[in-house]
Design a protein around this ligand. Structure first.
Ligand SMILES: C[S@@+](CC[C@H](N)C(=O)[O-])C[C@H]1O[C@@H](n2cnc3c(N)ncnc32)[C@H](O)[C@@H]1O
Length: 285
């Protein structure tokens, strides 16, 4: 827990391992995002990057909040109307308000959730949060090795790949470089899902010359992210649509996050960043 060291749960040995694994000399994606969401699990190096990002995109915190609100609406829909009982959340990030299991289990108490992230701080905090929840677990793994996630014993212990799965890829595929072949990785994950499953994702978006001011901000943010975090791609609409393959996109399709089935009266902040973060949900028939 960064500056205000407050680990709960787990054994002392786990705590030592956790502290040893967390590199506080370099910024991390999950901790910069935590700062944008108003969290406390970040260090000075993370805040420096976040503050530089805020100079380019002052409304970035609104975009981060909008992503969490989108995630909550999607999970509510999947656990409710769609009847999904098992979720695989890859690139889950640090626990925050409205975690997937909290939203899903409010609707379906028997819903099972596996959180996957490659940042050790997520594992440490996830364990503490989930210690008493039998229907959830957190796994440290890398999406660039998708079969290792699908075959992971902890994943298999909660997720039955014969039953519909909600695969959640919120804010992660844009952290893969083009040469890491995110489209092929998404295809390998889709292939592991049985029919009746859903893929939901959110992704940084560069609208190109149709929206020059937005595109300029996306390009500047991409440069900053890559200099400091080593990742970050603001992709075109077609590149993002490709992650759904031949699955059927649910209405309203791939849209700015706040436009995906908004709750009545939900506040929407339409700054430039609004157009640089899009999401959608698709069904495997
Ligand atoms: C921006 S956060 C998104 C958190 C959450 N999914 C959300 O949308 O609110 C991206 C997360 O993806 C994780 N991540 C980045 N690259 C990854 C990789 N190759 N494998 C697994 N997780 C990764 C980061 O550690 C971070 O926690």
């Amino acid at each position: 827990m960064a500056d205000n060291d407050q680990h709960e749960g787990g054994t002392p040995a786990e705590h030592n391992r956790t502290h040893a694994d967390i590199d506080t000399s370099k910024p991390s994606v999950s901790r910069v995002y935590d700062f944008m969401l108003g969290g406390k699990d970040n260090f000075a190096v993370d805040r420096q990057v976040a503050e530089a990002a805020l100079r380019i995109a002052p409304d970035a915190p609104a975009a981060a909040r909008s992503n969490r609100a989108f995630l909550r609406r999607v999970v509510r829909h999947l656990a409710g109307e769609a009847g999904v009982r098992q979720f695989l959340d890859i690139g889950s990030g640090l626990p925050t308000q409205g975690n997937v299991h909290e939203v899903a289990q409010q609707i379906a108490p028997d819903a099972r959730v596996v959180y996957v992230d490659n940042d050790p701080i997520v594992l440490a905090h996830g364990r503490a949060l989930l210690a008493k929840n039998g229907g959830t677990t957190v796994v440290e793994a890398d999406i660039r090795a998708p079969e290792a996630i699908i075959d992971h014993p902890a994943v298999r212990s909660l997720i039955d790949f014969e039953q519909p799965v909600g695969l959640l890829l919120f804010g992660i595929l844009h952290h893969l470089h083009d040469d890491e072949e995110p489209e092929a990785i998404a295809a390998r994950l889709r292939a592991a899902l049985p029919s009746g499953s859903y893929v939901a994702l959110s992704h940084f978006h560069n609208p190109g010359p149709d929206m020059p001011e937005v595109s300029e901000q996306a390009t500047a943010a991409e440069k900053l992210f890559n200099e400091h975090l080593g990742t970050g791609r603001w992709r075109t609409r077609d590149e993002i649509l490709a992650y759904f393959g031949d699955l059927q996109l649910l209405e309203p399709g791939l849209v700015p996050l706040a436009e995906w089935r908004p709750d009545p009266g939900e506040p929407v902040e339409r700054g430039i960043t609004y157009h640089t973060f899009v999401g959608g949900v698709a069904h495997k028939p």
